[in-house]
Design a protein around this ligand. Structure first.
Ligand SMILES: [Zn+2]
Length: 403
């Protein structure tokens, strides 16, 4: 393939690229504003499937930041992208593919892990893995985090798994792994999450919250790990999301169309360049994408050391209370995303500034108008009850003392 006008990633030393930015955020900001050199489209229309480069998305800083924080710290507890069509939500999620870090994953189609043997004995794994374990062969290998997309027409059985009629030799093999089990240690993306059936959405949210789930089919039961980062997107024009579901998402990003005319033009040019020659477009950002992937890798190590000092945490909790947010998920998400942000910046302590940057995505859409009204309406009855109870206690004790 001839790409005469390209800056090849190999041409620049990787080290320099990786360290020319102080933080991941700076890198994202810088690359988003980068001007593309003129493109050659001689050998365009490549048939291979290449995701649009994440760093090539114009604007949408908050969406990009939220997705990166989710990659750095799965404890942010899921990301919800809310906005109209055509605002690059799905493009952004798919473009994460090139940034995904590595994890240690089971090499077996049934997901057997050495932990299974440690906790429940050798029969907890399939015969193949039992053999491997006895021979001292590892049951896991390093693998890239993957992006699992939930198909819109998925049935509950596809999501949690079902009976496998063909393979019935071993307990472990009786139940076919569902999408949730495949999503373990991966990202699970649900487009148009507001259109999904309640039973499916509940099973996904429960599995995400617990990190595992159990499938029962008659006498057979199987428990699967499901430690994944959930990314949902929705267009509010097409239907609401139940408030209790909304609350279970850690970060919520409102994705609007680009306001700035020059940004819109740049976005158009990039999409056009991508459609004309995806490979060339991807190469334009290859060096920065590699630098960003490196940053994410080191931030995932760094985050283990990052703490939220009391002096920073206490005023933050006061703010959450001032906003009349009941859900504890508010501060959990807020602190966890701030830790990821500090880690991406190479620091071990969360500051007020970190909290400020991530606060809108952690705290917006958390207040329940319904619950506030409900509690207000309840005040009268509570007072009445407390007056009655006071009288009730006094009378009883007086009577008793007379006897
Ligand atoms: Zn196995």
């Amino acid at each position: 393939m001839t790409e005469p006008e390209l800056t090849q990633p190999e041409a620049e030393p990787k080290e320099r690229v990786a360290h020319s930015f102080r933080s991941l955020r700076e890198l994202v900001d810088h690359v988003s504003g980068k001007n593309l050199p003129p493109l050659s489209s001689e050998d365009g229309r490549v048939t291979e499937q290449l995701p649009f480069p994440f760093l090539g998305i114009v604007g949408q800083q908050e969406m990009k930041l939220a997705l990166l924080l989710g990659l750095i710290n799965p404890n942010v507890g899921g990301i919800l992208l809310i906005g109209p069509r055509g605002t690059a939500k799905t493009t952004a999620v798919r473009s994460l593919l090139d940034l995904l870090p590595m994890v240690e994953r089971s090499t077996c189609p049934y997901g057997c892990l050495p932990e299974d043997i440690e906790t429940s004995g050798i029969n907890a794994v399939c015969p193949d893995c039992a053999k491997k374990f006895a021979e001292g062969t590892p049951l896991t290998a390093p693998d890239k985090v993957r992006l699992i997309e939930l198909p819109l027409n998925a049935r509950l059985e596809d999501v949690v798994g079902g009976i496998d009629e063909r393979a019935a030799i071993h307990e472990r093999m009786r139940i076919r792994r569902g999408i949730l089990a495949q999503a373990d240690l991966n990202l699970l993306y649900i487009d148009e999450i507001n259109l999904l059936g309640d039973d499916i959405i509940d099973s996904i949210l429960d599995a995400a919250a617990q990190g595992s789930y159990t499938v029962r089919r008659g006498p057979i039961a199987a428990t699967y790990r499901s430690r994944f980062v959930l990314i949902g997107s929705m267009n509010p024009e097409e239907g609401r999301l139940r408030p209790q579901i909304l609350d279970r998402f850690g970060l919520r990003v409102i994705v609007r169309g680009l306001n700035d005319a020059s940004q819109r033009l740049e976005a158009y040019r990039r999409v056009q360049a991508y459609l004309a020659n995806p490979r060339q477009m991807v190469n334009q950002f290859a060096a920065e994408m590699e630098a960003a992937a490196d940053e994410i890798r080191s931030a995932r190590e760094q985050i283990k050391k990052v703490v939220v000092p009391d002096a920073v945490a206490n005023p933050a909790i006061a703010l959450v209370q001032k906003m009349k947010i009941d859900s504890l998920r508010a501060e959990i998400t807020w602190f966890e995303s701030a830790r990821a942000y500090a880690a991406a910046d190479g620091r071990n302590e969360v500051t007020n500034d970190d909290l400020k940057v991530v606060a809108p995505m952690a705290l917006r859409l958390r207040r329940s108008v319904f619950m506030n009204d409900y509690f207000k309406g309840q005040v009268g009855e509570e007072k009445e009850l407390s007056v009655l109870l006071n009288g009730f206690g006094n009378k009883r004790s007086k009577k008793k003392s007379r006897i």
